[in-house]
Design a protein around this ligand. Sequence first.
Ligand code: ATP
Ligand code: MG
Length: 306
Amino acid sequence: MVTKLLALEVYPQLKDVDFRVLRGVELNMRHYEWVPLERIASFTRMEIGSVSHRLGKLDNWGLVMRRSDLGYIGYQLTSHGYDALAIRALSKKGVIEAISTTQIGVGKEADVYVGITPEGREVAVKFNRIGRTSFTKIKLYRNEFKDKRHISWLYVSRLVAEREYEALRLLSPIAKVPEPVAWNRHVLVMEFIDGVELVDLRDTDLTTEEAEEILERILEEYRKIVAFGIVHSDMSLYNIVLRDDGDILIIDWPQYVTTAFPEARFYLERDLRVLLNSFERKWRVKKEWDEVWPSFEEAFLESLGE
Ligand SMILES: Nc1ncnc2c1ncn2[C@@H]1O[C@H](COP(=O)(O)OP(=O)(O)OP(=O)(O)O)[C@@H](O)[C@H]1O
Ligand SMILES: [Mg+2]
């Protein structure tokens, strides 16, 4: 399903005051599930009447939601409102000048669009939609959430963007992953990659020999990453891009763990088995576990200084 970037469609109609109101809702959502109208009014230093009028417009555009059955009138930011705030911040910082309304990637937990920097460079803009379908990626962060009173999608989707930015920052100097550009709220901006995901290739698109060569390159890359101390933990044909120039890239990093993480070894083994099984099933590449695992085990231990 291709989703339109609604925030982008209404963006030209938004005034400074709208962003101030949205920001008032956003900040107060740390304390309220539904932010009282009075709180928004006092944050924005606006009259109740005029803030209520702006909120009505924002509601019609789909950027906030309103509830009146709580004993008070309360507002909540929608994911589109959150998008609008992130787009505004990234454009003010000079990170992006424009975003295309056509989506390039449809993931389970993110929508990816092409953006243009003020210098005219193409970038990928990834909007995290965690919570839209499931909370699969969050399981890994349970510890970080233990002390939070309420875990909102706002907080989680922001954490996801920050974590992926961090992974790309650490890995891009040493391995084939997209170069990160910036992040704001739940949005990650990174180098745009022209290519095709391995999952979109047909079995007839590659010979067994070609596929074997690609698998070797992926394993070589992944070994470097593991030796550095990081495990992807969602490795699959969906998250490997074959570039037009024949090179490969490993994408989609928010759920990474360090090799010191208690279940890191389990995730690494699972990643490798997924890769070997997919290459065998799709392109009949036969690679024995015992041929692959020892060098990864060595890299894993090396990363731990053992
Ligand atoms: N840097 C990039 N350049 C070009 N296209 C990208 C880039 N990053 C992601 N994409 C495209 O967007 C799709 C979704 O991105 P990604 O895999 O990072 O998130 P996701 O699949 O939504 O996460 P999940 O695996 O949880 O579903 C990719 O499969 C790819 O087609
Ligand atoms: Mg993906």
